[in-house]
Design a protein around this ligand. Structure first.
Ligand SMILES: [Zn+2]
Length: 298
């Protein structure tokens, strides 16, 4: 069993820099990044996030017509049964209680993973990781699916040695960015105050899920540190997951990638630096700022 594939799974909320981290890691010669693998089915069926780029692979082609995914999915893709996303009841009372009251948390979370449906998804993911590694001849795969419950599913793949990176970011920045994005796409009119609450819930869920993954290598990295000292943070990741150190890129850019999902801004070449545009929003809202700063410590 020494030939297990190493999957470096990024756990994070939305708007936390997971595409940046995934893109930086893809510059290692030993790594292939698949982007947000959980969204693969949605990209094939044009369902869920992906409207901005018409659910294509990052190479611009529809997934099944892409030279990479077309080959990877040979013998795996079956229209009626294909699924890549773990199903669990987001914001349900049970999940909320499990996130905030930890003693029973793991038992509840695992119960949602061990369903017949999710077991089928786990087997498909295992097959995809195997095919990605074979086609690319790389032993390390980066999966930036982000979802903390999906992280538990990945740990159940038989041919995978899963390593986890929890990418955190100031909760005020995440809430601001989510509201801005939702307004741009007209998907929600929830304000920053309420969004701070749901962002805290998601953070707690991530923390509980990671507690359930005891025995796996887990590293917590903050977006702020990654943007300020990319080399230092990448070196930490390399030593945790067993990669040879590589030079941190100065720019975030796609280069012959076949990644699924990610931030809509990933098609532009951008210098790696912290996005601090959220700070101005809170400047004249001291109460909201103090509240956000407080819940960021929880
Ligand atoms: Zn492609």
């Amino acid at each position: 069993m020494q030939d297990k594939i190493t999957v470096i799974y990024i756990i994070s909320d939305r708007r936390s820099g997971s595409t940046l981290l995934e893109n930086m890691l893809s510059k290692s010669q030993e790594i292939i990044s698949v982007g947000e693998l959980a969204m693969l089915r949605g990209h094939i069926f044009k369902d869920g996030p992906g409207f901005f780029w018409n659910w294509t692979c990052s190479c611009g082609k529809p997934v099944l017509e892409c030279e990479f995914w077309g080959k990877v999915l040979e013998g795996i893709y079956e229209e009626k049964t294909f699924q890549t996303k773990t199903k669990w009841p987001f914001k349900s009372t049970k999940i909320t209680l499990a996130s905030f009251f930890k003693p029973m948390g793991c038992k509840t979370l695992w119960k949602y993973i061990h369903t017949d449906n999710n077991h089928k998804t786990i087997n498909i993911l295992d097959d995809i990781y195997g095919a990605v590694s074979k086609r690319s001849s790389k032993k390390f795969i980066v999966d930036s699916s982000k979802d903390p419950m999906h992280a538990l599913a990945v740990s159940q793949c038989k041919h995978v040695d899963a390593k986890y990176i929890w990418l955190t970011r100031d909760i005020r920045a995440i809430a601001f960015s989510k509201v801005k994005r939702a307004k741009a796409s007209k998907s929600s009119d929830k304000g920053v105050f309420r969004t701070l609450g749901t962002t805290l819930f998601f953070k707690k869920l991530c923390a509980t899920a990671l507690r359930c993954l005891k025995g796996h290598d887990i590293l917590t990295i903050s977006y702020e540190a990654l943007a300020a000292n990319p080399q230092q943070e990448l070196d930490k990741i390399c030593s945790t997951v067993g990669l040879t150190n590589f030079t941190a890129p100065e720019y975030m850019e796609l280069a012959n990638d076949h990644t699924i999902g990610g931030t809509p801004g990933r098609f532009e070449r951008r210098k790696v630096k912290e996005d601090t545009s959220w700070k101005g929003y809170y400047n004249d809202k001291p109460a909201l700022n103090a509240f956000g700063r407080f819940i960021d410590t929880l």
